[in-house]
Design a protein around this ligand. Structure first.
Ligand code: GLP
Length: 261
């Protein structure tokens, strides 16, 4: 089962994620990080940027692969995930831009963009640690309900619920693209360690379905149950619908000190 860690707030989650990634970088300077967009991982990226600066950690060799991208936004659009990853991750952390990839949402090459991304992921040796958020519909990456649990990087049509959720980043809801390119669930499951973050009551149902519900394409987040090393970091509100909350707290309180997340 996934390890569930209940933290006080996003800052506490950020500190835990930053610690974990810093020790990974120390043991593997060309570590491959799987990067999620959305508001959920922002506190972790900020905490990590501070740790890197404070401890003068050399991140020049760190590699990254984003989970997903919109299809058809003009190059340089501020809400393209390429722009978001540059703004929120590459620049503040001081990563080498050429080592951080985002799926290519250019319609001109979209037919083979998914396969190209899979080739690049494999050539990089796979993702060491994948940061994940979860959508209200239970999606991870942009794998909406119904996505194959074995899927690879490919083009998907966004649900209207996800388009509505993401409308806050655009001038008008109609500006939210209809299509995206996303790592598949099978792709995500190949990462060596999954770290799923969720905060707030609005995520409580998706978290409970992912951690304790039936494994089903209907709840893409539930695919984490198929992975041998998953850490779910949530605040009290996002944890509020979990049935085995007491056990998760007990296990965390008694965790062997050598174990890490
Ligand atoms: C988007 C992203 C996901 C993200 C999810 C949740 O649709 N493609 O990777 O996990 O929304 O977003 P947020 O973290 O803003 O709640």
């Amino acid at each position: 089962m996934a390890e569930v860690v209940i933290v006080e707030n996003e800052a506490a989650a950020g500190a835990l994620v930053a610690d974990t990634i810093v020790s990974l970088i120390r043991s593997k300077p060309d570590v491959v990080l799987g990067l999620a967009t959305g508001s959920t991982p922002l506190a972790s990226y900020r905490a990590l940027a501070r740790r890197i600066a404070d401890d003068s950690i050399d991140v020049r060799g760190v590699r990254g692969f984003a989970l997903d991208e919109y299809v058809g936004l003009p190059a340089g659009h501020p809400e393209s995930y390429r722009a978001v990853i540059t703004r929120e991750v590459v620049e503040p952390l001081g990563l080498t831009p050429e080592l951080v990839r985002v799926p290519n949402g250019d319609p001109a090459t979209i037919e083979h963009a998914g396969a190209d991304y899979e080739v690049a992921l494999t050539a990089a040796g796979g993702v060491d640690l994948q940061i994940l958020g979860i959508g209200r519909t239970g999606h991870i990456g942009f794998n909406e309900p119904g996505s194959s649990l074995a899927s690879h990087t490919r083009v998907k049509t966004l649900t209207e619920a996800t388009r509505a959720d993401n409308a806050r980043f655009f001038d008008s809801p109609d500006d939210v693209p209809m299509h995206c390119i996303t790592q598949g669930i099978g792709t995500i499951l190949r990462a060596r360690h999954l770290v799923l973050l969720a905060f707030g009551e609005v995520k409580a149902h998706a978290v409970a379905a992912a951690v304790e519900g039936a494994v089903s394409a209907n709840q893409p987040g539930s695919a984490i149950q198929l992975h041998p090393h998953t850490t779910v970091i949530v605040d009290e509100a996002a944890a509020s619908q979990l049935e085995h909350l007491d056990y998760y707290r007990h296990a965390w309180a008694n965790k062997p000190a050598w174990q890490g997340i």
